[in-house]
Design a protein around this ligand. Structure first.
Ligand code: FMN
Length: 140
């Protein structure tokens, strides 16, 4: 059974390139092995990540990510059963947004993922993917 999970968290301290590179390297290795795909959006003092895959595998990965000390306030926004992956091509894509990204600053200044509905969070995430600069790890 396939699921799609969405969570939000806050990095502890500044997010260095080394930290991001390490996360992407681990994601590339582990996610490919577990057939997990998704996207990690980074910017404005938060991470939002979508994980797609077999339910048990997604659960295990989410538990590992939750206990990662590089972030705090990890909050589950959505867990849904799916028939099709939305990010099937990416073992983990990173969408990097600078903190002065116009989308964040102007188009959706009110957006707070901690209070938003999952529907709104997915909507914003789709926009971030369109307007951000994706760095892609392909799934195959
Ligand atoms: C925001 C964030 C997203 C992460 N995403 C993933 C991921 O998609 N896949 C993954 O294997 N590890 C991810 N990690 C790293 C895990 O928390 C953990 O360090 C890693 O899976 C351990 O892998 P290892 O057992 O191969 O060392 C993420 C960490 C953070 C902080």
């Amino acid at each position: 059974m396939l699921v799609r999970l969405l969570y939000v968290s806050q990095p502890v301290g500044p997010v260095t390139t080394t930290m991001t590179t390490l996360i992407l390297e681990k994601s590339d290795k582990n996610n490919k092995k577990e057939n997990i795909t998704g996207v990690l959006c980074q910017g404005s003092g938060l991470w939002m990540q979508v994980l797609e895959g077999e339910r048990s595998k997604v659960n295990l990965l989410y538990a590992r990510i939750m206990s990662d000390r590089n972030h705090k306030n990890v909050e589950l926004l959505s867990l849904e059963e799916i028939t099709q992956r939305r990010f099937g091509k990416w073992s983990m894509a990173l969408v990097y947004l600078s903190k002065d990204d116009p989308m964040v600053q102007m188009a959706h200044p009110e957006f707070d993922p901690y209070t938003a509905s999952a529907k709104d969070a997915f909507f914003i995430l789709d926009e971030l993917i369109k307007t951000g600069t994706p760095i892609i790890n392909t799934a195959t």
